[in-house]
Structures are given as C-alpha cells and as structure tokens.
Design a protein around this ligand. Structure first.
Ligand SMILES: [Zn+2]
Length: 262
C-alpha cells in the first residue's frame, strides 16, 4: 500500500450506522479527510489530533452521520469542504468551497484520489478511488456486514445498481466502507450485492404474479417472511425502491395504494 490510510470510528453505533461512522485520513505528507462524521466532541478531538497538513474535507454525501462535523472541522483546520452540489433532498447548511465532479482527481503524496459519482443511496453520493492502491472509499454505497438502505425519493435503486455496475469497470481491490471494516475482494463483494438486489427483485415479481393487486404492507410480509418484523419499516422503504425501479422499466403499475404487474 503506497498511501497511508488511518481510520477513526465515531461512537455512533446503531441500526443504520453499524459499528459507527468511519472517518478516513488519507495521505502521509498531506492528507484529505473523508467524511468527518457526526457532531461529537470526542470524535472531533480525535480528528484534531490525527490531522497533519490536511488539505481538505471530502464528503461522500450529506447525511448527518457523515457530514455533521464538516463545518466545524473545516473552520478549526482552516481547510476547504469539497462536496457535490446538494440535490433537492440534501441539506444546504454546509458551505461547499470546492464542488465535486465525476472524475475529479486529487494529488496525495505521489498518488491520486479520484472522485466517482455513485448516485443510489443518495443522488449526490460520491465514492473516492485511491487509484494506485486500488482502494475505494465507499461512503454508504457499500457497507460491511449489511446492505445499504435505499430510501426513496432521494434513494433510487435503478441508479444504485447502475452505480455498482459503473464501479465494476474500475480497477479496485479493497473497499473502505463508511461503516464497518475494510472488505477485500472488491469485485466479489460488488457482484454479491448486485445478485442480492436482483434476487429481491425476482421475489417481488414472483409475489406480484401470485397476487393480482397488493399493497406494500402485504407485499413486505410476503417478501420478507424469513426476517424479523423489526426490519419491516426499513424493508418497506426498500420494497418501494424496488417497485419504483420496476415501474420506471414498465414492468409494474401503481393503482392507488396498490401495485400489480403491467
Ligand atoms: Zn452512513
């Protein structure tokens, strides 16, 4: 590994955040900081201790657990915030100094970090590829130990799958997720997630072929029979994301509160 990578995990474990949000310091002689994390004094103090010649703060997306600390850290270190133009569902309270563009490259030590637009979890989501090290900082596009929540309307499953396919074209070996530990065999993992999503979609189509017209609550019970009911509220949002994808492909239709095959 050419690039020095240091991980600081915030103390915000939970259903959506796994073991907590990872903040990454990338680089030795000068650094970029990826996702400063949630508002938390202890986390901020640790970040301040780890920062040496930091050049900027990169945001994968604007969700609170990744971006809340951005403004405070940027002002304390006097460095720019680099992020995507906020989308219609994003907060606007973070001042962006440099706007991210797909393919933008940052020099770190003797290596390069490339921004890759990966809409899906959020429309304004970016991953960052350490090109020479073949290491991808995934934010919430991929996380360790669980699948990512796609919550419409900002979450878009069609975009999510297209973004996964886009990543398969890059030379990547290891994933550094926003939540959890690094994942080796990046291609295996990305393909696994793609398969998982497509299997779920098959299940949805199967249920719809049996029930002529069904609302999303009943569809959730049928599709997630094997899972604990505590996940139903999140599962419902995921199913809606599936249905909206299938609708955009002309495979299903919405009638009032109910859904059927086209
Ligand atoms: Zn997150």
């Amino acid at each position: 590994m050419k690039l020095k990578i240091q991980t600081v995990r915030a103390n915000n474990p939970g259903v959506m955040t796994g073991s907590g949000t990872n903040t990454y310091f990338v680089g030795k002689h000068h650094q970029y900081i990826i996702d400063p994390g949630p508002l938390d004094d202890d986390h901020l103090n640790t970040l301040m201790k780890c920062a040496h010649n930091a050049r900027g703060i990169l945001l994968t997306h604007f969700h609170k657990d990744h971006a809340d600390l951005a403004s405070l850290l940027a002002s304390k270190l006097n460095i720019p915030i680099i992020a995507c133009t906020p989308g219609p569902f994003d907060r606007t309270d973070i001042h962006i100094d440099i706007t991210l563009k797909d393919g933008m490259v940052f020099d770190i030590d003797d290596t390069h970090l490339m921004a890759i637009h990966t809409p899906g979890h959020a429309q304004s989501h970016y991953c960052f590829l350490a090109v020479e090290d073949k290491a991808l900082f995934t934010g919430d596009h991929l996380m360790q130990g669980s699948t990512v929540v796609i919550n419409p309307p900002d979450g878009n499953l069609k975009c999510y799958i297209e973004s996964l396919e886009k990543l398969l074209k890059e030379d990547i070996q290891v994933l550094y997720p926003g939540h959890g530990t690094p994942i080796e065999n990046a291609y295996l993992e990305i393909n696994k997630i793609l398969r998982h999503r497509l299997n779920r979609e098959m299940k949805v189509l199967e249920c719809l072929s049996k029930e002529s017209l069904i609302n999303i609550d009943d569809l959730t019970k049928l599709t997630y029979q094997d899972r604990n009911q505590s996940i139903y509220p999140i599962a419902k949002r995921t199913l809606l994301a599936h249905l909206l994808k299938l609708k955009s492909e002309g495979k299903v239709k919405e009638e009032g509160e109910k859904w059927r095959l086209s």
